[in-house]
Design a protein around this ligand. Structure first.
Ligand code: NAD
Length: 478
């Protein structure tokens, strides 16, 4: 059964100072990756559009920063309620622009931003805005104008991860959503207006990174850049922001390992690891794309993986039964396919999948979900972030080697350990990574999220950690 929600797509426009503003430098088409057809467009913004948005945000800052916390909390809760009312439209829009299976879109793409906004509102109410330290009063104050630059894989959630803590902190914002999945930013702007957010507090400028992103990162009147995206672009962002000494928060790529220990519950460990690797069509920064298994158990694990993989029906993302839709674009499909070819050329054992389209799907950005075994931990497919449904199974000899392989990465974003609880926890402590799930530990919106090594620059998102990143600190001696 396919989803029947029809989305109303507005004319291409930025959102500046509380209203839609058309661009004057052409449009960027939004392509449905399941069909290859253009179905919407956003303006190709320029540095002048960024100037206008930063000007509006600067003008609104004084008033918004001076509001009571209770007012900011109430507005953010009303934004969450508005988005909740429009959740079917949000899920359908993201499925159309990104290809996420509709059943997943409802929960992860539409539901998560609402949960996140509500969690941040609760956190702000309990946050220690002022503390006495000896004879000093330490106060936390709004930072200023925040430029948020986000990726395409969780369009609204990534924007909300930055907007909710930014607004609650008392900051004003200029958001540049990914030009590949830009459409729900407008829904957020409309929700914010309906919720009573003053004009100019939240501005959206559409466009490509080299124009709009670069104008934000170098703008002298932007106080902070909150960036989520690839490590390669994150390096440019940090360099560009250095000249004006902005605060920079970088949430970057990953190549996370799931470590299955000897005494793990294998069927559970395998099912959860595959679910992580293939969630959102394998396009998740925190995905466990390397599965580390005791060498003697590899064939048992492969049998379980292939059985579990049968449940991942590939096809039309608007079909309720679909577990894997197309990748975000034809360019991404070709990129992932090249990695699959590289894995084969480098001598990994192809267990299932492979290059080329799945049976019966001649058009659209579809790829065969792929599992490799006997993967060399130093090989390209074990080191690069592929961002598609490609799982590398890596055998290890003993626990020491498992830890060494898991940490053998320039990234350190996420990970998992399965095994006897105390032993798994001991291994989790040794992983050089910002988050680790032990035996399927639940996702926690209050816990800090962010990366070691080249997965980030030390900051953390979610919970009180996001609020801290959005605030200045002043010590008043009494
Ligand atoms: P990307 O780095 O290509 O783009 C991210 C954003 O940066 C986009 O809005 C893009 O337009 C903009 N951009 C591009 N060039 C720019 C420049 N020179 N200056 C300023 N902005 C510029 O990433 P993507 O392909 O959209 O997303 C996938 C990547 O995001 C993956 O590497 C993934 O791991 C990462 N990601 C990380 C997290 C996390 O929380 N750590 C979450 C989701 C995605």
């Amino acid at each position: 059964m396919t989803s029947t929600v029809i989305t109303q797509i507005p004319a291409p426009a930025h959102w500046i100072d509380g209203r839609p503003v058309p661009g004057d430098s052409g449009d960027i088409e939004v392509i449905d990756p399941a069909t290859g057809r253009s179905f919407a467009a956003v303006p190709a913004g320029t540095a002048a559009d960024v100037d206008a948005a930063v000007g509006a945000a600067r003008k609104a800052f004084r008033g918004w920063a001076a509001t009571d916390l209770a007012e900011r909390v109430a507005v953010v809760r009303r934004i969450a309620d508005e988005l909740d009312h429009r959740s079917q439209e949000i899920a359908a829009t993201i499925t159309a622009e990104l290809g996420s299976p509709i059943a997943e879109s409802r929960i992860a793409q539409a539901g998560m931003p609402v949960a996140l906004a509500r969690a941040f509102a609760d956190i702000a109410e309990d946050f220690p805005w002022e503390q006495r330290v000896g004879n000093s009063l330490v106060v936390r104050e709004p930072l200023g104008v925040v430029g948020a630059i986000t990726p395409w894989n969780f369009p609204l959630n990534q924007v909300m991860s930055k907007v909710a803590p930014g607004l609650l902190a008392g900051n004003t914002m200029v958001v540049k959503p990914s030009e590949i999945t830009p459409l729900t930013a407008r829904i957020l702007a409309e929700a914010a207006a309906t919720a009573g957010l003053p004009d100019g507090v939240l501005n959206i400028v559409h466009g490509v990174g080299a124009a709009v992103g670069a104008a934000i990162t170098s703008h002298p009147d932007v106080d902070m850049v909150a960036f989520t995206g690839s490590t390669a672009v994150g390096k440019h962002v940090a360099a560009s922001a250095a000249d004006t000494v902005k605060r920079v928060s970088l949430e970057l790529g990953g190549k996370s390992a799931s470590v299955i220990l000897e005494d793990a519950d294998l069927p559970t460990a395998v099912a959860q690891s595959l679910a992580s690797a293939w969630f959102n069509n394998g396009q998740v920064c925190a995905a466990w794309t390397r599965l580390l298994v005791p060498a003697a158990r590899q064939s048992e694990v492969l049998d379980l993986l292939v059985t579990a993989a049968q449940h991942y029906h590939v096809g039309d993302p608007t079909d309720e039964a679909t577990r894997l839709g197309p990748l975000v674009s034809e360019a991404q499909r070709r990129r992932v396919e090249a990695y699959v070819e590289r894995g084969i050329a480098d001598g990994a054992t192809l267990v299932m999948g492979g290059p080329h389209r799945p049976e019966g799907l001649k058009t659209g950005a579809y790829i065969r979900p792929t599992i490799f075994a006997d993967v060399d931990p130093d090989s390209v497919i074990a080191q690069d972030e592929i961002f598609g449904p490609v799982l590398s199974v890596i055998p290890y000899a003993d626990e020491e080697q498992a830890v060494e392989i898991a940490n053998n990465s320039v990234y350190g974003l996420h990970g998992a350990v399965f095994g006897r609880q105390d032993r798994a926890l001991a291994v989790a402590r040794r992983l050089r990574t910002g988050q680790v799930d032990v035996n399927g530990g639940q996702y926690n919106l209050l816990a800090p999220f962010g990366g070691y090594k080249q997965s980030g620059n030390g900051g953390r998102e979610f919970g009180r950690f996001s609020l801290e990143e959005n605030l200045e600190t002043k010590a008043i001696q009494l």
